[in-house]
Design a protein around this ligand. Structure first.
Ligand SMILES: N[C@@H](CCC(=O)N[C@@H](CS)C(=O)NCC(=O)O)C(=O)O
Length: 144
């Protein structure tokens, strides 16, 4: 796939297993936009003093487009959709857009936290300790 080079090149701070990062990554690929991927290891990189000015809330994904820094994956998706209209990833029809947003928000706010909480408990019980770790294969495999 040949990606469009935009100027300045977009920077994406991300982590490979992060669902929140993946939706931005997929949107960039769908829109065929070249970007510079900057991987963070969530074992501590997110608290690095160099990263905190980029996102005070120490989370990825973060998209940097020149002097604009955006956090929150859904905000980033809206930005990409408005700036790079083709191919369109969002429907224009009211009902379809409402349903799409509902599914996005329910997934983000209701389903994902429940899955993470369930798996934290299971991992913890299985290992006999505090095991909410992205390195825990049981946890990672069950979520992704
Ligand atoms: N609502 C945010 C959630 C971002 C988020 O929770 N990212 C996680 C990785 S998936 C993170 O950076 N966690 C690091 C931390 O909380 O220290 C979004 O959609 O972008």
């Amino acid at each position: 796939m040949v990606l469009r080079k935009v100027n300045p090149i977009l920077k994406l701070y991300y982590t490979p297993i992060s669902l929140n990062s993946r939706r931005v990554w997929v949107a960039l690929l769908e829109k065929q936009i070249a970007f510079e991927p900057l991987a963070l290891n969530l074992d501590g990189d997110q608290f690095n003093p160099d990263f905190l000015p980029i996102n005070l809330f120490h989370r990825i994904p973060v998209l940097v487009d020149g002097d604009l820094t955006l956090v929150e994956s859904l905000a980033i998706l809206d930005y990409l959709e408005a700036k790079y209209r083709a191919p369109a990833l969002l429907p224009r029809e009211a009902k379809a857009l409402g349903i799409l947003r509902m599914v996005e928000m329910v997934t983000l706010n209701e389903l994902l936290p429940t899955i993470v909480a369930e798996n934290a408990t299971l991992s913890s019980v299985k290992s006999g300790g505090d095991c909410l770790s992205w390195e825990n294969p049981d946890f990672v495999n069950s979520v992704f």
